[in-house]
Design a protein around this ligand. Structure first.
Ligand code: PLP
Length: 396
């Protein structure tokens, strides 16, 4: 049978390539950081990692991980409830709850698993999930695994959300679900308005803080801090793979009973391995660092404002953003690819996105700022953008 299947796959892959959608991998031979070394020996400035706080190669985190390797070994070789729970896992769960002002936390191997395992154990067919149309793929998949009735509202559109909530009044329990920061535009969910509607229409709220934790809010507590609503949403999910060190791991944090039920019934928690103790140890260190000083959060906020202000002054079309994501709008798909390639020639590493990753005719280059960037890095990137922008005639 495989020879037929092979032909089938080859044809499909060819079609992906012909559509210009084939995803390759760019190989990095150094640690993740502001400056990275590529396989060809070239060093480039990195503006497309989720390394918002620059912790991916932070000395204190590396040391904490090394120490845990010596005290706790390499892996747990078990799921949490059999014999896969170490003191470091419990410590990290408590630290994350403290950080977000929530009651309890459950760790997962990734936020993809946290989202995949959050809905099905909590809600049934009498219930409603009301989901933002731009929510992350893992939320979409998680909702698919749950029998609850599905409602969708246009991105951050409060009129549409209200309409969906009215329809969902017939359901038993309601849960509004939103990303904290939407990764393609960098806009934040209007959490103050969402919570007001949740109150009016008797609904619960879940926020995925993957792109906002460590980034948004004065001390990086995410959108609940930005809108002064800490502790007010029932469920928060997030990742250890972005601002929080960039290794691996995810979590759900929130109301005590919710977390308790997830420990009983959430399948990615029950049937998948614990995160390595060294990752938990570095995570504990990460929360301690972020709580003892605001240096990294301040630097990220400074860098973001610096970069965006200068890009706006140059005449680039920048999507309004409240995060460390800066979408430089080019609209044309080919232009976005040419622009990104030209930037790479200048030693600036970014990604151009176009349909179907973003809506048709809204191609863009997504720049992600980091506390790892120094002003000289930002200046170099801005100069390269200016040079290519003039050459390709995109400045206003
Ligand atoms: C990145 C991301 C995830 C997935 O996180 P992992 O820990 O890498 O699985 C989930 N939700 C959102 C909103 C994300 O941006």
């Amino acid at each position: 049978m495989y020879s037929d299947f092979k032909k089938f796959l080859q044809t499909e892959i060819e079609e992906i390539k012909n559509a210009g959608l084939y995803k390759g991998e760019r190989i990095i031979v150094s640690a993740q950081g502001a400056v990275i070394k590529l396989e060809n020996g070239k060093e480039v400035l990195n503006f497309c990692a989720n390394n918002y706080l620059g912790l991916a190669n932070n000395k204190q985190l590396v040391d904490a991980a090394k120490e845990a390797l010596d005290t706790h070994g390499y892996g747990m070789a078990s799921v949490r409830f059999i014999c896969g729970t170490s003191d470091l896992h419990k410590k990290l769960e408590a630290k994350i709850a403290e950080f977000f002002g929530t009651e309890d936390t459950i760790l997962y191997a990734a936020c993809f698993d946290a989202n995949g395992g959050v809905f099905e154990p909590l809600l049934g067919e009498e219930d409603a999930i009301i989901s933002d149309s731009l929510n992350h793929a893992s939320i979409i998949d998680g909702v698919r695994l749950c029998k609850a009735q599905r409602y969708r509202y246009a991105n951050a559109d409060m009129q549409d959300l209200e309409k969906q909530l009215q329809e969902a009044q017939k359901n038993r329990f309601r849960l509004i679900v939103t990303d904290g920061v939407f990764s393609m535009d960098g806009n934040v969910a209007p959490l103050d308005k969402i919570l007001a509607l949740a109150e009016k229409y008797n609904s619960m709220v879940m926020v995925d803080e993957s792109h906002s934790a460590g980034v948004v809010g004065e001390t990086g507590r995410g959108v609940t801090e930005l809108f002064n609503k800490r502790g007010e949403v029932e469920i928060i999910t997030g990742t250890l793979g972005k601002a929080f060190g960039g290794a691996i791991g995810g979590f759900t944090t929130g109301k005590k009973e919710v977390i308790d039920m997830l420990r009983q019934r959430s399948r990615p928690y029950l049937f998948s391995n614990s995160i390595p103790p060294l990752v938990a140890a570095a995570g504990v260190k990460m929360v301690e660092m972020m709580s003892s000083t605001n240096e990294l959060q301040d630097k990220l906020h400074f860098n973001t404002k610096y970069f965006i202000d200068k890009m706006n002054k140059l005449g680039f079309d920048i999507k309004p953003t409240q995060s460390a994501i800066c979408a430089v709008m080019l609209y044309d798909a080919k232009l976005s690819q040419d622009f990104a390639a030209a930037l790479q020639e200048e030693g600036i590493y970014v990604t151009g996105f176009y349909y179907p990753v973003v809506p048709k005719d809204t191609a863009r280059i997504r720049v992600q700022l980091s506390a790892a960037h120094e002003v000289e890095h930002l200046d170099k990137a801005i100069a390269a953008f200016e040079k290519i922008g003039k050459k390709l005639n995109v400045l206003k």
